[in-house]
Ligand binder design. Structure first.
Ligand code: ADP
Ligand code: MG
Length: 307
């Protein structure tokens, strides 16, 4: 049996009330295996960040279930479990320019999650130094302020801030999207090294499939709050089934010049799905490959897979 560190079932997240009620996450289910990098890809506004924030309990789930190591973590939970989740699940944010408190020293920013727990000052300092070292920053940076650092260094500070908690599970929300193209690979490599060294599990959120292909073991494709397809990364690139996945893939630059010359990005028109009577269901088409479709569509996908 596969060891699932996180299990999400039929998760709904709604914002606002009455006429302003908006369902950002509309019945999402997936499992994350211990030690893997699980990707969620989709365009802006599709609900990716909301899923991440619901896992770390910043946003409440409207309905559905999230289990971490088998324990339900939505709704009211014990203080003990809450503290465990705060330690074990950490999030790295998209914009390192906006997410660091400008008026705090790096030592405080990195150690914030450790404060107020009766940990001796000296131990906190040691842990900050160790975390900075792990992300390739000098110990003397601890006494400086965020504005003294570049975007890439600031994202390293954000990563150190997560690592200092000794997490098992990291939600990396577009961690390189706001960075200069020239330093993106360095930050991705750092995340990969840390994963190996610490045995971390990643939930990696991005709108960029070419980055996902490089870093993810499995990928879930999300469109307007619904996961439409989920499978291993190479399987997704080889046998994309859902028309939205195919449209996303068609926009990914391909290394082969022959292909690039002929390929035109496809567009996705949700009105092609006729769900008026034949309703869509989340279905495992072949082992490990899930897709959202109604009976007619699923028949078509099965035929496609047989080819
Ligand atoms: N706190 C909030 N209040 C109201 N609407 C929100 C809130 N957070 C996110 N949303 C809306 O939910 C949708 C999904 O947002 P988000 O999860 O940030 O998408 P993504 O990360 O995929 O770009 C968007 O339409 C966004 O405007
Ligand atoms: Mg987002």
């Amino acid at each position: 049996m596969t060891d699932h560190i996180l299990e999400v079932r039929d998760l709904h997240v709604t914002f606002g009330h009455g006429a302003k009620r908006f369902e950002a996450v509309r019945g999402v289910s997936f499992d994350v295996r211990r030690g893997e990098t699980f990707g969620i890809v989709g365009e802006s506004g599709s609900g990716k960040t909301t899923i991440g924030r619901t896992v770390i309990r910043v946003n409440p789930a409207t309905s559905g279930s999230i289990r971490y190591e088998g324990e339900e973590i939505t709704g009211r939970i014990s203080k003990e479990l809450d503290r465990k989740i705060i330690n074990k699940i950490q999030m790295i944010f998209q914009d390192p320019m906006a997410s660091l408190n400008e008026r705090a020293k790096i030592s405080y920013i990195v150690s914030e999650g450790l404060q107020g727990r009766g940990i001796p000052k000296q131990e906190i300092e040691q842990r900050v130094t160790a975390a900075l070292n792990e992300v390739g920053l000098l110990p003397e940076f601890a006494s400086r302020f965020p504005h003294e650092f570049s975007g890439g260094q600031r994202q390293r500070i954000g990563i150190a801030r997560a690592l200092v908690m000794q997490p098992e599970f990291i939600i990396a929300d577009e961690p390189i999207s706001a960075l200069d193209v020239s330093i993106r690979a360095q930050v991705l490599n750092l995340l990969s090294e840390l994963q190996k060294k610490r045995g971390l599990t990643y939930l990696f959120i991005s709108h960029d499939l070419s980055v996902m292909r490089f870093i993810c073991d499995r990928i879930a494709v999300i469109h307007l709050g619904r996961i439409v397809e989920l499978c291993e990364t190479e399987e997704l690139f080889r046998h994309p089934l859902h028309p939205y996945t195919r449209a996303l893939l068609s926009a990914v630059p391909v290394p082969s010049p022959d292909y690039a010359r002929t390929a035109k990005p496809l567009s996705y028109d949700p009105s092609i799905h006729d769900y008026s009577t034949d309703k869509p269901a989340w279905t495992e088409i072949v082992p490990g490959h899930f897709v959202l479709g109604n009976n007619k569509e699923l028949d078509g996908y099965r035929k496609q897979m047989e080819k």
